[in-house]
Design a protein around this ligand. Structure first.
Ligand code: NAD
Length: 498
């Protein structure tokens, strides 16, 4: 029955060649607020023809944009930086509405996205090449770093703003043009950011948004004018994208899933450790490629103490709709998982853990948030007595589910982590420099924490994993990604006197 006060369902548009457009599509998909289950928007499933038209616009824009002086190029990013910073709060609220993470998590996401714009503003220095005067008699050598063309980015649902910004500002500042495909589950934050791109007066076609599903991703990969693709998503998709791009002779970055381990040594500062582990495990309801999801305790005593205290601390998390006014001042709020399908998958994995014989020390399955029965909530869930190789240890659960394992030594823990399929992040808690050094050198993971939860590096540093967490050698953000967006050309030159 209509109450007459329903909120309007927004219609998401594409942003192509400097305009918001209703694209050719094969239908619309509903976008939900995962805290309520309410439909908040409809997003178009753009067709391959629509992608190809956008590529043509981006390609046409590239010809002028690549010749625009780099200082002029970044002058647009300075304006974008200001707009995003001034609107950090509404942008964060938009993230919460479509993704369900807590407001502090969303603000942190926005800060990191903006930080990437800030780093890319240094492109006049960062893009500089190299030279050698006198590489031989009367001969000089020079390396110049040139833009390449049109680039595409295929985004995941868990960071609607930050992950695309590992790429967007760098691609544009280096002189390329860009097409981003947001996750169909969370298209609204980039829609808002598209309005800021519109406002800064960037030449049409330099930045474009095409909404949709894998049809859009596949069309971007198939188009020969798209010179490179950055995909951030689950490992099977990353593997497939890496393979397709390699076959097409395209540059690619393909970043996949994760299972990140926290190792607790007997000399760890347990009081600090527990608090730190809780935020590392449950931030964004565990839906982060840098969520800690496996705690490895070295020795019986550490295992007993950490398991007991971690379970108790997990009970203190307030599970709620992060936009409910009553939770505004709470620090430890955890929202829902992204969808009913995600919840069903996670509940299935919890059942697998029980069937495998692990102990369900904290069960979040029955949790209900009063008044938000349509939301996809799962309470903090902890398994103890977990053995390496159990499905709940092998699999990226991507929810608020933590497994706790016991090992006899650091060597055993490192060997176990290195045998694991994924290698995104890993952390150790210890006061001992020898253990810390051994861990950072020997663990096969791209991002290491020492006395800190699984750390997502600031934008001044690269971001990326190893093994099945990353299928390419160039990492995201910072100076690293500039290599992806530029071609080194090496010139050797000589002149004779008249
Ligand atoms: P997903 O793999 O389902 O989707 C990611 C993107 O790929 C979406 O835009 C989707 O439309 C597109 N896609 C789906 N199937 C495709 C196909 N067959 N071909 C081409 N494109 C396709 O991932 P998700 O559920 O949106 O995001 C969560 C996953 O992302 C988790 O596994 C998480 O660990 C991972 N992630 C990794 C990192 C990292 O840095 N390694 C960062 C964030 C998220």
């Amino acid at each position: 029955m209509s109450t007459g006060i329903e909120k309007a369902v927004r219609i998401v548009k594409n942003y192509v060649n400097g305009e918001f457009v209703e694209p050719e599509n094969s239908g619309y998909i509903e976008v939900e607020n995962p805290s309520t289950g309410e439909v908040i928007a409809k997003s178009p499933l753009s067709t391959a023809a629509e992608v190809n038209r956008t590529v043509e616009k981006a390609y046409a824009a590239y010809r002028e944009w690549s010749k625009t002086p780099v200082a002029r190029r970044v002058s647009y990013l300075f304006k974008l930086y200001e707009l995003m910073r001034d609107n950090e709060e509404p942008l964060a609220r938009q993230i919460v509405e479509e993704n369900g993470k807590s407001m502090p998590d969303a603000v942190a996401e926005m800060k990191r996205a903006i930080e990437n714009v800030e780093v890319a503003c240094g492109m006049p220095v960062l893009q500089q090449g190299d030279n050698i005067i006198g590489s031989s008699f009367d001969i000089d050598g020079e390396v110049i770093r040139l833009p390449i063309g049109v680039f595409g980015m295929i985004a995941p649902f868990n960071f609607p703003a930050m992950v695309p910004f590992w790429f967007i500002p760098y691609a544009i500042a280096t002189g390329n043009t860009f097409i981003v495909k947001p996750s169909k589950q969370v298209p609204l934050t980039l829609q808002m950011i598209g309005e800021y791109f519109n406002e800064i007066g960037l030449p049409p076609g330099v930045f474009n948004i095409v909404n949709g599903d894998r049809v859009v991703a596949n069309a971007l990969m198939a188009n020969p004018k798209v010179k490179g693709i950055s995909l951030v998503g689950s490992t099977p998709v990353a593997r497939q994208v890496a393979k397709t791009c390699a076959e097409q002779g395209k540059r690619f970055q393909a970043m996949g899933g994760a299972k990140n381990h926290l190792v607790v040594m007997p000399d760890a500062r347990i009081d600090e450790v527990i608090r730190n582990m809780v935020t590392s495990c449950y931030g964004c309801a565990g839906q982060r490629c840098m969520a800690a999801s496996a705690i490895v305790c070295i020795g019986d005593d550490v295992y007993r103490e950490v398991a007991e205290r971690f379970v108790e601390a997990s009970k203190n998390i307030l599970v709620a709709d992060p936009l409910a006014p009553s939770v505004a001042d709470e620090r430890m709020v955890m929202g829902p998982v992204i969808s009913s399908q995600a919840k069903k998958r996670i509940l299935g994995l919890i059942q697998d853990g029980i069937d495998e014989g692990a102990t369900l020390a904290l069960d979040g399955r029955e949790l209900v948030v009063e008044g938000k029965e349509g939301g996809h909530f799962i309470g903090p869930t902890v398994f103890t007595d977990v053995k390496p190789g159990m499905k709940i240890h092998r699999t990226e659960i991507f929810g608020p589910v933590v497994v706790i394992l016991k090992m006899d030594s650091l060597d055993e823990a490192i060997a176990m982590i290195n045998e694991h399929e994924y290698g995104n992040g890993a952390s150790i808690y210890t006061q001992n420099g020898y253990y810390a050094r051994k861990f950072k050198l020997e663990v096969e993971a791209g991002m290491i924490g020492i006395n800190i939860g699984i750390p997502a590096p600031v934008a001044y540093l690269p971001f990326g994993g190893m093994k099945a967490s990353q299928f390419a050698d160039i990492k995201a953000q910072g100076k690293a990604v500039i290599n992806f967006y530029t071609e080194d050309k090496i010139i050797t030159e000589r002149y004779w006197a008249d």
